[in-house]
Design a binder for this molecule. Structure first.
Ligand code: NDP
Length: 284
């Protein structure tokens, strides 16, 4: 069977070029204020530094403004909420992204929900997640909507397909499951307490894996001809490795994303797209 290695970088590039063109046409050429993304980073996580740097680079490439607010690892809850309040009130900021994870002494839900839903660029506030689950959303979590873009760019007809999502985080698993269902797939969500996981994943026409366990999914978990999307990013001594054992699984698929170079670039591209959407929505 012909297998396609999905080029996430190329799909992401196309999306970012589209964002750049819109920013040029709608804002720069008309002398209007361009969208600006603000990333808040609580220091102490090496991977977060890499992610924030790549988001800043993408903003520049799209002609978007970028601001980074760095906070010390021992920042207090009150200080962090104060920073978010200031950014919510700052008219020059279109989107606010809190780089995750945040240290354990900070309350995730309290912090995320302090972000104004109008500036919640990763769609993680309760209000925006509610809209996502009601199919009434303007943006969706970047990784989840990036996965849908990948499937669309591969001309995968999602409607009527059986999709299995392994992982149920709000950030990835639950959100992508919801988007797949919105696109009329029949969706099953699996997690660490799922029994007979392989039996379920083997029914998937579209298999999405977001668990954070290197090479966990082998050929035994995959139906012949499935489309497999590997969200995992596992930093190991051997480099960055996905949740799917690519070499074992790929020959059995019709299309599969590699790690790196699959879903990751789409997450950044969709962040740019979401920032533009929120900017337009707020300022017209
Ligand atoms: P979380 O740790 O929040 O969630 C992991 C999920 O996987 C949980 O629902 C957990 O189940 C489930 N899980 C863990 N072990 C198993 C198992 N053995 N069998 C079945 N399910 C299991 O992770 P995230 O969703 O935030 O991220 C998942 C992966 O995706 C990570 O590697 C992360 O780095 C990567 N990621 C990549 C992005 C990208 O842009 N490419 C963006 C965001 C994340 P339970 O709920 O029962 O604990």
């Amino acid at each position: 069977m012909d297998m396609e290695r999905i080029d996430g970088k190329a799909i992401a590039s196309e999306i970012k070029n589209g964002v750049k063109e819109k920013i040029n046409n709608e804002y720069i050429s008309k002398g209007r204020e361009v969208p600006t993304l603000c990333c808040i980073i609580v220091e102490g996580n090496a991977a977060s530094e890499i992610y924030v740097a790549s988001k800043e680079k993408a903003c520049k490439a799209c002609g978007m403004g970028s601001k980074i607010v760095r906070l010390p690892n021992d920042v207090s809850q009150e200080q962090l909420l104060g920073v978010i309040d200031d950014l919510n009130a700052d008219d020059s900021i279109s989107g606010i992204l809190l780089q995750l994870p945040i240290p354990k002494h900070l309350d995730y839900f309290k912090t995320i929900n302090r972000i104004s839903p109008a500036k919640d660029v990763d769609c993680l506030t309760n209000e925006n997640l509610g809209k996502l689950f009601a199919y009434n959303h303007k943006v969706a979590p970047c990784t989840a909507s990036g996965i849908i873009k990948i499937l669309q760019s591969q001309k995968v007809d999602i409607a009527g397909k059986r999709a299995v999502v392994v992982g149920r985080s709000l950030l990835v698993g639950k959100s992508v499951a919801n988007l797949l269902e919105e696109n009329n797939a029949t969706v099953t969500v699996c997690h660490s307490k799922t029994t007979n996981l392989a039996e379920i994943t083997k029914t998937a026409d579209i298999l999405i894996v977001a668990i954070g366990k290197p090479k966990f999914i082998t050929a035994d978990y995959v139906k012949e001809g499935a489309v497999v999307i590997d969200v995992g990013i596992n930093r190991t001594d051997a480099g960055i490795i996905g949740d799917v054992d690519y070499d074992d699984v790929a020959p059995h698929t019709s299309a599969i994303t590699p790690v790196p170079g699959g879903v990751g670039p789409l997450t950044v591209a969709m962040l740019m797209d979401n920032t533009l959407t929120l900017h337009r929505d707020r300022l017209g």
